[in-house]
Design a binder for this molecule. Structure first.
Ligand SMILES: Nc1ncnc2c1ncn2[C@@H]1O[C@H](COP(=O)(O)OP(=O)(O)O)[C@@H](O)[C@H]1O
Ligand SMILES: [Mg+2]
Length: 307
């Protein structure tokens, strides 16, 4: 293959990502009491990233690092001050309503607070809100709603008022509302952070299933490292910039990045890293005592067999 063709080929592949963000800048204007701008603050500061369809993505970063601002760009709730975003190779254009609307249908958002996302008086009505809003006919809506509620295992609660649901169940209904619009991607912005540990696990399990079975691209935004061990790729944000990107083991084994990003390493993981430093065969990225114990046994038994 000649060099030129090779170049175009690679160039083409690189530009075919599901989501492509290029040199994105988002500014907030700080104003004094008279409304005069006192400071222009780059909440997103020259960020570029690419996300492929079907990936399970994590965006990690401490509070204020710019994660939610970035998420709002994906869902067209905010628009770039500089740079650009392409979804399915189509550039987001604020001035083009149809373009914005089509992108919103592709990427659904689940926010932090379960109580701020419920609109309907019953679970079913709430889930139907999206499809009704885009004017689908009622039989189609019924089917979409029923499928979505089944997917999140909330079909049996369809006639219940969302007020009677737990936080975790409300988040599942929020996911159902998105699923009813047949999205390509779901962005969860700290969606588990107000949930109890059990509901948190349930919601994580649900989104992982949606990723595996329905091939929906998932973008998990969190400051909690424990939630993103199974991500295909992790982006680390710090002070509005993309500090690092890589596989979970690349990121989790990079203690400098973790420190700089101000992320808290779970104790078991720290211990696993210490073991790994003594014996490279010992895996890192372990999060539970059980995982650690299993790995310890594996390495120990392997060693014994060799002796
Ligand atoms: N509406 C806003 N007006 C002014 N500053 C904002 C606004 N929203 C966010 N910011 C600032 O932008 C930075 C990034 O915020 P955000 O994207 O919410 O971070 P994260 O989600 O990582 O906690 C923070 O310093 C925050 O204070
Ligand atoms: Mg946030």
């Amino acid at each position: 293959m000649d060099v030129q063709l090779l170049f175009f080929r690679n160039f083409g592949v690189e530009n075919m990502s599901f989501i492509r963000i290029k040199n994105l800048v988002h500014q907030f204007h700080m104003k004094d009491a008279n409304g005069e701008i006192t400071e222009i603050y780059n909440a997103i500061d020259d960020v570029s990233m690419q996300i492929e369809e079907g990936q399970l993505i994590a965006i990690l970063g401490r509070n204020g690092s710019g994660k939610s601002t970035l998420a709002r760009h994906l869902n067209n709730l905010l628009f770039p001050d500089e740079g650009a975003i392409w979804i399915d190779d189509i550039k987001i254009r604020q001035e083009d309503e149809e373009n914005v609307w089509n992108n919103r249908k592709k990427i659904g958002m689940v926010f932090q607070n379960p109580d701020n996302q419920i609109i309907g008086t019953t679970v079913e009505e709430d889930t139907a809100f999206g499809p009704e809003n885009i004017g689908l006919e009622s039989e189609r809506i019924k089917k979409l709603v029923s499928d979505a509620l089944t997917a999140v295992n909330m079909e049996h609660k369809k006639n219940i008022s969302p007020n009677h649901l737990s936080g975790g169940q409300k988040q599942k209904v929020a996911v159902a509302g998105i699923l009813a619009l047949k999205p390509k991607c779901i962005v969860l912005d700290e969606a588990t952070s107000m949930l109890d540990p059990h509901s948190r696990k349930e919601l994580l399990k649900l989104v992982m299933e949606l990723n595996k079975k329905e091939k929906i691209t998932i973008i998990m935004i969190t400051h909690n490292m424990e939630e993103v061990t199974s991500a295909d790729k992790i982006f680390v944000m710090n002070k509005g910039k993309l500090l690092s990107q890589g596989s979970s083991s690349e990121i989790f084994n990079n203690s400098e990045i973790i420190k700089e990003a101000g992320l808290e390493i779970p104790e078991i993981m720290e211990l696993a890293i210490k073991m790994h430093n003594k014996n490279p065969e010992f895996k890192t990225g372990l999060f539970t005592v059980m995982e650690f114990a299993n790995e310890f046994e594996r390495v120990y038994n392997d060693k014994r067999k060799q002796e």
